[in-house]
Structure formats: structure tokens, C-alpha cells
Write a protein of this length. Sequence first.
Lengths: 107, 752
Amino acid sequence: MPQIQELEGRFKVTEADRRVVAEFKKNPVGHHTPELQQVLNRFRGAPMADKYCLIIETPFKKWRLGQTTGDRAQPVKPLDKTFTSLEDAEWHVFKLRWKMHTGETLK
Amino acid sequence: MLKLTAYADKISVVPGEDISFMVNCEAGPKYKADLVRLRCGDENPEGPGFQETVVKSSASKTYKGRKQTIHAGSFACVASAPALEGLESFTLQAYIWPSTPTKGTQGIISYWREVPKKTGLALIITKRDGSLAVCLGDDEGKIEVINSGKPLVAREWYFVAVSYDAKTKEVKLYQEPLKSHGRTDDHAFVKKKSTLKSVGSHDCPLVFGAYFNEIDKGRVVCKGHFNGKIDRPRIANRVLNRAEMMEAAQGPIPSHLMADLVGVWDFSVGITTTTIHDIGPNRLHGRIVQMPARAMTGHNWDGSEMNWHHAPQLYGAIYFHDDDVIDAEWEVDFTFSVPKTLRSGLYAIRLRAGDTEDYVPFAVRPPRGKATAKAVFLLPSASYLAYANERMATDAPLAQLLTGKLSLLSAQNMYLDQHREYGASCYDVHSDGSGVCYSSRLRPVLNMRPKYSCWLGGKGSGLWQFNADTHIIDWLESTGTDYDVVSDEDLHHEGLSVIENHQVLITSTHPEYFSKEMLDALDAFKAKGGRLMYLGANGFYWRVAFHKSVPGCMEVRRNEGGIRAWEARTGEYYHSFTGEYGGLWRRNGRAPQTTAGTGFSAQGFDISSYYRQKPDAKNPRAAFIMKGIKPDELIGNFGLVGDGAAGLELDRADRLLGTPPNALVLASSENHTNIYLVVCEELLINYPGLGGQENELVRADIVFYELASGGAVFATSSIAWAGSLSHNKYKNNVARMTGNVLKRFIGPAPFS
């Protein structure tokens, strides 16, 4: 998994931001503290290449993890991971993104 | 993956009229069609569930399936003519503004035949190095490409030309940038002898912005689509020298060149039409295909004029895109004559084959000039067009920032992602990054479907536009209220007559796009005592224009202000279809507050919130609205769209923007997340604290006011409102409030 290279002089997500992890896990979508929101802005504002998304497999029941490509000639890539809860999907992707930004593996 | 996709030739139909359906079936040899009346398209198990009723009809049959394809990419073409077929020596010239010179072979001016043997002549951008080139083909299928060897710089104007002398075989190629940049070597003049014995003749069409490939079921199909602008293309029947080229380019055409010029196309003539005009002696007029953009600034535009009507000579360019699609031009699979007895409502043709299905929705109107109910629902077909086949979830990095969650991709999103030829929406950009300013319904519009859930539609049901609007239809059905359905296009083309016999007009959740004709009709309706129930938000926002000769084709120019998925280039703010100044109605003197009392104020797409009652809720004038609702009740702290009635896009009352002085603000929403942000037209100076937790402009106002005509207006100011109507089996304060208003608005007593 490639490590995200942030621009110098800009906000970087680091292990020091770990205090927002529990807040996200408890409530992935909705009201957030400014600290968590700043982390999520980095995560969710990523360019489209290899950006995580969810493909609806069974409406309101089952979703497959996917990645957009950022290239119109290359369609969305379905991945080998499915979810039956959107909260679980958000948490899974949060952990993937955390690893990309900080190098740390969350449990 | 979808295996059935279809569209109709109409968005609405009067009983007794025909409506035709074009179907692409890749699911097998047959498919079944049924007519259904739609009630609720939301499959959310937390809600009322999907509801449709099959209606017996002559359309309900099994049909033979076949694959139908779309050929994307715009161009202009001219039928072959003796003046072209007799060319031996020639000059081709134009001004061009290429936007993707390195993407591959692109035709600029091509008089070319591809099969059975390649022959003809074409001025192109070559795939070798993105430089200008001439491609020549003899009668034997042998072709020769001579290029300038100097790559064109994207988004710069060039004068380009090629001449060919049939006797000496001498080719001269001119690539002249109109603006020079330091250390940029893009100027070229190449003189070279062709190795071909001659240039072959044929009778295929002359094409601008691509090169001719074949005729497929009556459709001219091209290859090598050009991205960028072409201005003042000319063809001469001899070698012109540089000075003569300039004379031909600038006009008026001098008499000594009249006999030598085969075609002198002026794209600034007939901008509102689909015709391109040859102002030279041969009158080789042609047509545009798949609606490349007109009223585009030309090579000589200098900022001295913004309105193409005032200075058409500055607007001689057409902007071609390799992904323009306005008409799929599919063959008709079946035509259905709508029975005269079919009651007005929201219908669809449901298509099924194996485990795949598609729906093609349409409105059945009441008979012309009549109302068959006191209430009429205005199906926002203009807004559906603007969003038609929108691709932000797969294309736009900001999508997950707007929604504050992972994007959920439906089967339709996945299909559109793999089928770019289905065309984009006015929320997307073309492959070269320029904005999509035209949209059409003469192609499958896969997000205008029941059962479709949209990444933008908030947590929960995830509904946007068409499918969200079925929540209103569902609620109307639940109340037992009779209602008619008419579309925006009906209002645009037929005006007040479409709604004047109704007592109350009910809007959709998001009637964002309005033409002047539509707005005038709605204003007249109110002036005649009509009642308006605005059950949504961000309505009456963008000014749009419909093409006068191409049905179902709409234009929007995203000018200067407003929430914009792209920005119109400076100088291109006036609609090509009508010449009207585009952009926000707020910038056209009719802010949404003048139409419905409230106007767009903030947006966010994660979770919704609730409304808190305001002092005006106790005003006796509002008693009929608040009947049965306790003074301390929060309004709409529940719902299928983001768990609240106030969400997605929010409108507010503002006297300075036109909210009438007698308007009552009954309740306002609060406690929105910081994903919700103030709209950018409010930001004269940007500042911190624009989110829902801090900014008072992040709110939806429920507004009521009486009209001098005896009519009245009720505005809920939130897209999510309709998602709360069915809560607790339709027994809740959102449904109660809406029902109270409908009951009074339908009644005959005028408001004083």
C-alpha cells in the first residue's frame, strides 16, 4: 500500500491524531469534532485514482468495496471485500486510509 | 451489469397521443414490456417500499430484443457536392483552439473516405506528436501524412492551413500560433512534395471536427473526434498564398477570390440552429451533429463584447467534444398510444428480460386545456435533464467531501462508468475538462429511474431528483388526493394553459432549473390566484433554455455565481439556443425568493436535521398550517433522507432577495453538520465559520404568504422534506403540516 505524500506546510494526518479514531468508529457519518473533520477532509478529499467507494450489490443489504481509477478509460475496480453494514464499510476504509497516511495499522 | 437500457421520444404525453420507445436489449432474444403507474420508487426497507401498479395496455407485450449503440462525439458535416468532388489542387484553412492535441488523431477539416479504401484529404492533428498534419489518400488506398513536427499547445489559438498543388505535388503546411510564448516552439511552415500520384475523389460528406467513417442505420458516424474550437474554416480549389489565406479568413470575401473559394463557413450565422452556413458562392450549408457548443468565443474575441448577439463576428467558433451526445438516434422498438381514459399521473414502461430490468418514466397529462384534479404536480423534467447521467461519484474528487461518507455506486453508475458514450450531465465536464452545457433526454437517462439510489441523496434512502420525487407522489396517493402531472417541458412550450385550470401547483423536491417561459407561466398562475406548494429546495435557481428545433435538448451556462460544477468561460455567458443571458435567476433579476419566498442558502449531503418553530407559527394566519401540531414540537426530526426533514439543500427567506414583506417564517432548521456550507453566491468575502454548526445562513425556513391575487405560497425549503412524509405510516408533523396546507390550498376560498 503506497504511503501518501502530503505537501510540505500542509496538514498531515499522523499518529498524533489517534485521538479521533474512537470518535470515528462510534459515529462515522454525522456531527464530528473539528479534529476528526480535518482528518476526514484529507481522507475523503483524495484524488479519484485508487479512491475507495462502495458498489451496491443488493440495495440496502450488501455492498462491495471498489476503487475508482481517475481514468475514464478504466472503470471502477471491484475488490474482494463485501459488507452488510455501511458502518463496517466506513470503518474498514478508515483503517485503510489511516494506514496510507500514517503507516500505522489500526485494529 | 445492466442489459436493458431505453428511452422514449417524450417526457409527457396527453391521452390519445403516441409515445415511442427505443430499447437496447443485450439480455437475450426477447424482453417484456409493461405499463406501470408509479407510486413509490424507494426500496428502503425503513420506508413504505417500492410501489407500482401494472396497468393493462396495448404496449404490454413481449418484444424482440436487439442491441442498439450510441455514437458519441460531435462534428459538423456537409453533404458532398460537385465543387468538393472536383477538387484537384486545394487549400484548407481554419483557426483552431485544440484542447487535447496529444490525445490521438483528430480531424479538423476532412473530406475523407475510410472504406472500402482510404482516400481523400484531411487537415488533422496527428497522433504522432500532436502537431498539425495533412493526410492525403490516393485512389489505391495509399495514404501519406505530412506533419509540422511541432506539437500544438493546448488551449491556444492557431491559424492552420494546408495547400496542395496537383501539378507539382507540392504541399505547404502552415501552423501559426496567434500568441507567442517564450521558449515555446510551436510555429511551423513545412513545404514538401507528396509522393502520391494524386489525391483520390469520392462522394462522402465533408466533416469538421472529425473524419467520416460510415453510415450506420442512417446515422453519419465519424472517427477522430476533435476536442476544441474551430473558427472560420475555408476550402479553396487552388493553392492560396499566405496573403490570400488571410483575405479568405477575415472577410468580406474579395471578389477576386470568389471563384476560387469552394466553401466559406461562418459559424456565427445561425447560432441558435443546427445549421452551419457557407457564406460563399456555393452555399454548401451543413449541419451540426450531437450538438457541439455554439456561441463560443472565436480567435478574435478580445473581451470588448460579452453578448454574441451584439458582435457575432467575435463568436465564429464551434467547440467540438469527443463525448458530446444529444440524440442516441436509436430505431423505434414500439409505439404506444396512450388511451384517452388513462388518468393523469406518473407512469413508466417497465422492461424486463431475465433478471435485468429498466424503467422509462413519463407523465400522462390531463387533456390539453383541462384539469382533471385541483392539484397538479410539476414533474421537473428540466432539472432531470441537467442531472441526466451525472457521473460525479466516479469522476469528481469532491464527491465524498460533499457527502461526508463513502460514495455508493448503483448498477446505473457502474454502467455509465463503462459506457461513456451515454453522455454526461450538466454537472460533469467533457473529456477535455470543459463544462457540459447541453443535455438531452433522447438517450437513456439512467438516473431518472425508480429504484435508483444516488450517492448524493443523503444517509438512508439516498434519493435524489426523480426517485426522491416519488416520495411526494406516494404521499399524495396516501392522502387519497386527486392530482394531475405535467412536466417542465409542457410548461415551457404551452405556458399557463397547462396549469391555469388547477387550484394548487405542487413542486418536486428539487425544481432547480427554470426557463423564462416556465417562470413566466408560474408567475401568471400565482397572479391568477393559484397556490404554490414548494416542497423542496434549491428551486428556480438556474436559468435554462430549450433548443427551438431539437426536442428535449436543454442548455445551461454556469456563469459567474452559484454552486457550479464547472465554470463557463468568460465571454460565453449567453445561451446559444436563445441568446438569453444565462446563469442564476438571482443574477437575472428574479431570485428564487421572488418566486417561492425562499431561495438556496446552504447545502450538505450527510445527515439531515429538524426545524424549530418560530414566533410566526403562532400567527393566526398560519393556524390552518399548524393545526394539530404542538407549539413546542420539533418539525421533522425523523425521515428516510438523512434522518430528518431538513437536509441536502436548504433555502431561506430573505427580504433583500425578494421574499415578500408579508411572509411568515413558521420554522427554521438548525443543528446541521459542518458538512453543510453556505452557498458561494453569498460569499463576497470568504471567511471562516461557514459550516452548519456556526453559520446562521445554514438553515431551511418554512414560509407561508398570501398573494394579492387571493393565491398563496407555502415553501418547505428542504430537499429532504419529502423523505419524512411517510414516517410512522404518514402520521407525523411533516405530513400533517403538508396535508393541512394542501387541504386549505385546494379549497375555493381566496386568501386575503
